[in-house]
Design a binder for this molecule. Structure first.
Ligand SMILES: [Zn+2]
Length: 281
């Protein structure tokens, strides 16, 4: 799932290529990707792209008075074309969700590689009309120390859950919350209220800015692999922890998993899957 560092890198790549160009047309490859009907997608034709921003894990493309809010979910991503393939788009086949062709001939595809089609786009006149934007918490890199301390102090959730809750802190997902907690040497299931907020916020900033620095300037096709290379515990169950050498462990849930180092984070104890299921609720 693309998170803050990847979306920032993606926005950095796209901005000089998109802003100032004009939309020639939009083609839908998968009907379910479009969550809005008014204004219609056809109204983008002829409009200039005026800006590109990130809100949490979402990418927002601005046109003259219209905004396309792109949510990538777990398996969504973007393919850039210096020259958009000619010809019609085949509906409902393959990963293509939405294709935008620009007046210059360049353009991009929003894709969804999963069988569950969770990536989505919404075309709106005001970004606040998209509930995920309106309900988005404070950006993980803009968050102040007092604000973060206040969030943790009143929380009754586990720290991993709080870091990933987009309505509280926007931009961090499953991968970077694993990385942040590993670097901070905190168990993913430590109660948030008991965590040293100042120290953890420093780690949040360090991990996210380091990751962003390693991804900025890469084309979209290379961002995912570069992200993977930079991860120290996430997705690395069974490998040795680069800090202490302990075998990295994993907790599995119905549709995802988290990784942690028992040596660095839980005093050598293995977290049991069953116990975690209960604690996450
Ligand atoms: Zn370790």
């Amino acid at each position: 799932m693309p998170e803050l560092p990847e979306i920032d890198a993606l926005a950095g790549f796209l901005r000089p290529r998109l802003v100032g160009d004009f939309v020639e047309r939009c083609l839908i490859g998968e009907l379910s990707i479009l969550k809005t009907t008014d204004p219609p997608l056809e109204s983008l034709a002829g409009l200039e792209i005026t800006g590109l921003t990130r809100v949490g894990k979402m990418l927002i493309v601005d046109f003259e008075g219209l905004h396309l809010v792109c949510r990538f979910a777990r398996m969504g991503w973007l393919t850039w074309h210096d020259e958009v393939p000619k010809g019609p788009v085949k509906m409902g086949r393959g990963p293509l969700g939405l294709r935008v062709r620009l007046a210059s001939g360049a353009g991009f595809d929003l894709t969804e590689a999963g069988t569950k089609k969770n990536a989505s786009v919404a075309l709106v006149t005001d970004c606040g009309q998209v509930p995920a934007v309106a309900g988005s918490g404070v950006d993980a890199l803009m968050m102040g120390a007092e604000e973060f301390a206040a969030v943790l102090a009143v929380s009754r959730s586990r720290i991993k859950t709080v870091l990933e809750d987009q309505s509280v802190i926007a931009g961090i997902g499953n991968a970077y919350s694993d990385e942040i907690l590993h670097t901070a040497q905190i168990s993913p299931f430590a109660p948030a209220a008991g965590v040293d907020a100042d120290a953890l916020l420093d780690t949040v900033r360090d991990v996210l800015t380091t990751a962003r620095r390693s991804l900025v300037g890469l084309p979209p096709a290379r961002i995912k692999a570069a992200k993977k290379r930079g991860l120290r515990v996430h997705g690395r169950a069974g490998e040795d922890c680069p800090v202490c050498g302990t075998t990295i462990a994993e907790v599995s849930f119905a549709d995802r998993s988290l990784q942690y180092c028992p040596g660095c984070q839980t005093g050598g104890k293995k977290l049991s899957d069953r116990r975690m299921d209960r604690l996450l609720k």
